[in-house]
Design a protein around this ligand. Structure first.
Ligand SMILES: Nc1ncnc2c1ncn2[C@@H]1O[C@H](COP(=O)(O)OP(=O)(O)O)[C@@H](O)[C@H]1O
Ligand SMILES: [Mg+2]
Length: 360
């Protein structure tokens, strides 16, 4: 049997560009381990896609190569200077904006090539901290009280700030559709609230003010599968370290000792079981497919109180990322996880193709 060809798209226009390159290194190597042929497609910050060598990627060399463009008409990738690439499936490994929010998934839909992970709507919803919470809440998943301020309300936000202040401090102020803790502030008093909201507006056109959980414990859970057969990994606990009051951008990416990862999370079995069940509920409520990491906040000293914090539909996949480590601890090695994801992508595409596009 000929090996299936998987295009791995990575890089992208987000603060997580470098993380994406690291994720792609692992994904490409593990896809090869799983028996696939890999086409590494690098998306520089300036835009477009380039076919690069796996050797250059692995060695951390400068990534350059011929431009590759999607031909929506031919349903394939056209290489600069001639030649067509017809991957059997594509694996998007771009975290954050344009890769994790449905934009890239939309382009892949137009191309008609199967792709791993969540579809357009689930990716977009997963990126939106308000809509994802609303959908989770409908399914009975606990979420924290919050107030949303949209751009049109910015000139008259006074009453909304007052409403938010009534929830009690600390409050967390965040751009609605960002990631990597960009634009997030922990606000301890009313006098600092407006400034934090203005800061978050630098990164998005909508801002969420959320009731803060002081000294929150942060529990993460990986979900893998189709919606019908989604399973949850063991839970893990992320502990910010080195003076970081919460999991800010520095703790995530710049400070080598910014976090400690406890695997499995030191939780009572009933708490871990509940979080795993809620993780699958969030995954299904948002219409996710393939993979997602679901993050929860837990009240210190009271395991009965926890809330859904956010979902990452394209979680980091570097060798030390949480998602592959959660699954390894659950008994599934990275190559096996990726194999599952490709299988689901092919099945999903086949099912979508069977949908009627006729009027009746
Ligand atoms: N309501 C909250 N209470 C306590 N800590 C929070 C709250 N919201 C966010 N945080 C802290 O901020 C971090 C980033 O927030 P999160 O919602 O996960 O956004 P991002 O998408 O940027 O990761 C969390 O990991 C946590 O440390
Ligand atoms: Mg987060």
């Amino acid at each position: 049997m000929t090996k299936k060809i998987i295009g791995v798209i990575f890089g992208g226009k987000s603060p997580e560009h470098e993380v994406s390159i690291e994720s792609a290194k692992t994904v490409c190597a593990e896809l090869v381990n799983a028996g696939f042929t890999v086409l590494p497609l690098y998306a520089p910050r300036t835009g477009g896609w380039r076919l690069v060598s796996r050797k250059a990627l692995t060695a951390g060399q400068k990534l350059s190569g011929p431009r590759v463009e999607p031909s929506f008409e031919a349903g394939c990738l056209v290489k600069q200077g001639g030649g067509r690439l017809r991957p059997d499936a594509i694996f998007p490994v771009i975290h954050g904006a344009t890769g994790e929010d449905g934009v890239l998934q939309g382009a892949l839909e137009l191309l008609g090539v199967p792709y791993a992970g969540c579809g357009v709507a689930a990716s977009a919803v997963g990126m939106d901290k308000v809509i994802s919470k609303e959908l989770a809440a409908i399914e009975g998943v606990p979420v924290l009280p919050h107030v949303v301020i949209r751009a049109y309300q910015r000139p008259v936000m006074g009453p909304l700030l007052k409403k938010a202040a009534r929830m009690g401090f600390p409050l967390f102020v965040k751009p609605v559709a960002q990631g990597s803790s960009v634009g997030i502030s922990k606000v301890k008093k009313a006098a600092d609230l407006r400034k934090a909201v203005e800061y978050a507006f630098r990164f998005d056109t909508a801002v969420i003010i959320e009731k803060g959980v002081d000294r929150a414990r942060e529990i993460v859970c990986g979900v893998l599968g189709s919606a019908a057969r989604a399973s949850a990994s063991v839970t893990g606990e992320v502990v910010p370290q080195g003076g970081h009051e919460f999991f800010d951008y520095e703790a995530k990416y710049l400070d080598d000792n910014g976090m400690k990862f406890l695997l499995p999370a030191p939780l009572a079995p009933a708490t871990a079981a509940a979080i795993r069940i809620f993780s699958v509920k969030v995954f299904q409520a948002l219409g996710c497919c393939g993979l997602a990491r679901i993050d929860f906040l837990l009240a210190p000293g009271n395991e009965k109180k926890f809330w859904f914090c956010e979902i990452n539909t394209l979680p980091g996949f570097t060798s030390h990322s949480l998602y592959p480590r959660l699954w390894a601890k659950t008994g599934l090695k990275p190559a096996a996880v990726l194999k599952r994801l490709i299988k689901i992508a092919l099945k999903e595409r086949a099912a979508r193709k069977r949908l009627s596009i006729a009027r009746k």
